[in-house]
Design a protein around this ligand. Structure first.
Ligand code: CDP
Length: 134
């Protein structure tokens, strides 16, 4: 699309680390993804930066305030021309709650290997694992 569409075709996903663990959220739908775990996030709005989209989405989905947006791994092309990108964000305030997910969990490197991630997010396993093993 044209440059004026900016990054509105981006889907942002947030990686929050705390005490050697990564926050994952369990999807409620669609049926083929329900029960699988993901980095929480969603579609950026037209003209919205990745950082702003992450702040908005993680406030809506987890009830927390986050800051920053440091790219993690490769972008994943999605159907419809969108691109899914993961960003590391810092938890500024609030305790994450599953406002739009079935559940949340904090995984260490070993648990990350065993948990059923949504297929797209598996692309980032090497970077996420490396960060957890730091
Ligand atoms: O919340 P919103 O409707 O903005 O977005 P979403 O439905 O959560 O995500 C948009 C698309 O990105 C869907 O196809 C999701 O499956 C995909 N997605 C993903 O593959 N991995 C994530 N961590 C987040 C979203």
């Amino acid at each position: 699309m044209s440059a004026t569409t900016g990054r509105s075709d981006e889907v942002v996903a947030g990686a929050i680390f705390r005490d050697g663990r990564l926050l994952l959220a369990q999807r409620v739908g669609p049926p083929e993804l329900a029960g699988l775990w993901e980095l929480p996030g969603g579609k950026a709005e037209p003209g919205e930066s990745a950082e702003a989209a992450l702040r908005r989405e993680l406030r809506e989905e987890l009830g927390v305030e986050v800051a920053g947006a440091q790219r993690v791994g490769a972008g994943v092309p999605l159907a419809g021309g969108r691109v899914l990108r993961a960003y590391r964000v810092e938890l500024v305030s609030g305790e994450p709650r599953p406002l739009e997910h079935a559940a949340l969990c904090w995984v260490d490197a070993d648990e990350l290997e065993r948990i059923d991630l949504v297929p797209n997010d598996r692309v980032w396993l090497p970077e996420l694992r490396a960060r957890l093993r730091d």
